[in-house]
Design a protein around this ligand. Sequence first.
Ligand SMILES: [Ca+2]
Length: 123
Amino acid sequence: MSEDRVTLYADAFTPNSQGQGEAFSSSTKRGAIEFVDDFDWYNVASATGYLRFTYSGPLDLVALLLYNRLNDAYPRTLDPVVNCAPIAPATLLVVRDRGLARAGFDESLSGRYTLEISDTTCP
Ligand SMILES: [Ca+2]
């Protein structure tokens, strides 16, 4: 009787470190929703102008503008077509999978998103 041989490979995986509550007031951030229940958040209290949100892949991501708390009952949700909104008077920005039900780390490019704050008005 011969032994079976199995070879296992493990790709190193380092979670994206953006979205742990850091201040975000201009330019661009690239983050990722990697895990089920993962959400990223940014302090946008000192930001002005317009927020744009883009992503690709199977995850259904959503960007929420909140006034004061992570459990804000009335967040402004970025329109999925325009994906742009004036950022004031929000103080917190949250990005998550719409249903908090999927993870993106095992699907190529899924869960990766880009946020941009600029003075360019929304269409
Ligand atoms: Ca994340």
